[in-house]
Design a protein around this ligand. Structure first.
Ligand SMILES: Cc1cc2nc3c(=O)[nH]c(=O)nc-3n(C[C@H](O)[C@H](O)[C@H](O)COP(=O)(O)OP(=O)(O)OC[C@H]3O[C@@H](n4cnc5c(N)ncnc54)[C@H](O)[C@@H]3O)c2cc1C
Length: 403
């Protein structure tokens, strides 16, 4: 196909990068995230991945620019933004550094719990978050119940006005870097497996040990190490839910942010793999034929398939984020669907990008192999894609998800 003006349109066609329906102010926030992505995240992403080190420069840049308080109400100095802006920001961050996007996602999920059920000194904590002085995360998954985070096997003991917690958390993003964990454990007087609490736990609490370092296949900078608590004493007023109602609090206030943000990370990683593939296809020459890789119809078809998959999932994320902002009876199904759909899409797209770029994809001069490795994590993060299929299927035939 010839390049240049044709049918009154300019080629290459502009990709649908403004898919998220945002207002002018929200667009400025996303542009700001893009600038940080280009100037900071992109600069350190390769080293963060190679050394498996925490993306401290990128997180610091986000903290200094105010992004850590993105969803915190303006009354605390935050930006008071909702799921749409959040998804668009996370999508952009993941395009430059998957590890940074993951750390950011878990911080926002922890923040959502803190602002829904403020612990003692909640105002100060939220102001510290806004000022970039406090990084939080979720410590849900346990060794005993694995990806079934909705049934922690550990149980707190009552000791006066404190709950004593011993547990083995199997993966905690930002484990050694966070200032606090939002931690789940069964309530002292729990009558069933789903009666648990969420607590705000400062990481300086005596009895906490990080079993690092994290050495994973992908998202290598996200410091996702196991964390052990042994007889850690947590004042009852650091609980961030109604007594024994952690499941309900997490389901209503935390998991929707996790689902939409995790989906947006998958979209961003797939977008990065696509962009890297386009650049490679244009720049790579078969000198003996006088053509580039993009001259091959199958390569162009691969690029087309990737573009269509990413666009379809980004549209879904935008729609579900909108439904989260204006909830109705269809919101929950969308929230369940979007993570599984986007996780699977990222697996397919990054695999196709590997094939499209050939042997060059194995080299680190393209981002494709990092995007490929980073995108493996989404589908196994709880609720895993398999479990979401089960939940969605149950929802469709009218069975309680947790029956
Ligand atoms: C990079 C990374 C960061 C993470 N960060 C955090 C964090 O910050 N906080 C946190 O709490 N957790 C975190 N996790 C943990 C994550 O959410 C999951 O709990 C974990 O990945 C599950 O792994 P597992 O080996 O325990 O899976 P398993 O539970 O052993 O599952 C193994 C397989 O069985 C399938 N399976 C399990 N149950 C069912 C079922 N009922 N139906 C169908 N299939 C099923 C799963 O889909 C999976 O494919 C992180 C994980 C990763 C990889």
């Amino acid at each position: 196909m010839e390049s240049g003006k044709r049918y009154g349109v300019s080629f290459p066609l502009q990709a649908w990068d403004s898919m998220y329906a945002l207002n002018e102010h929200q667009t400025q926030i996303v542009e700001k995230a893009k600038k940080l992505g280009q100037e900071v995240l992109d600069k350190y992403a390769r080293e963060v991945d190679e050394k498996g080190r925490f993306p401290k420069e990128s997180i610091k840049a986000l903290q200094e620019a105010g992004f850590m308080g993105l969803i915190v109400p303006t009354s605390y100095g935050g930006w008071g933004e909702g799921p749409k802006t959040f998804a668009a920001v996370v999508d952009i961050l993941a395009q430059y550094c998957g590890s940074t996007a993951m750390v950011y996602l878990m911080h926002i999920c922890g923040t959502a719990a803190i602002q829904a059920y403020p612990p003692i000194q909640g105002d100060r904590i939220l102001r510290d978050i806004v000022a970039g002085r406090h990084l939080t995360t979720l410590a849900f998954s346990e060794k005993g119940s694995r990806s079934h985070f909705w049934v922690p096997v550990s149980q707190a003991r009552q000791n006066g006005s404190a709950h004593i917690v011993s547990c083995e958390k199997s993966w905690v993003t930002s484990a050694s870097q966070a200032d606090s964990y939002i931690l789940s454990t069964k309530a002292p007087d729990a009558k069933g497996p789903m009666e648990w609490n969420m607590y705000f736990v400062p990481t300086t609490t005596p009895g906490i040990k990080v079993e690092g370092p994290w050495d994973g296949l992908g998202l290598k900078g996200n410091d996702s190490a196991p964390v052990i608590l042994q007889n850690a004493s947590i004042p009852v007023d650091q609980r961030v839910c109604e007594p024994g109602m952690g499941f309900n609090a997490a389901f209503q206030h935390v998991l929707p942010w996790f689902q939409i943000g995790n989906a947006a990370i998958s979209v961003g990683l797939a977008e990065a793999a696509l962009q890297s593939s386009i650049q490679h296809a244009l720049q790579t020459q078969f000198q003996h034929l006088g053509i580039n890789l993009a001259s091959l119809p199958n390569i162009r078809a691969n690029l087309a398939k990737m573009r269509m998959e990413v666009d379809a999932c980004r549209a879904l994320v935008d729609k579900v984020a909108e439904k989260m902002e204006k909830p109705d009876a269809t919101t929950l199904l969308g929230v369940l669907e979007c993570k599984a759909a986007c996780n699977e899409m990222a697996l397919r797209v990054t695999e196709l990008a590997m094939r499209t770029c050939g042997g060059a994809a194995f080299s680190k001069h393209l981002t494709v192999e990092r995007n490929f490795r980073d995108s493996r994590a989404g589908a196994v993060m709880a609720p895993t894609a398999d479990i979401l299929y089960d939940f969605i299927g149950k929802a469709l035939v009218g069975i309680d998800l947790f029956a």
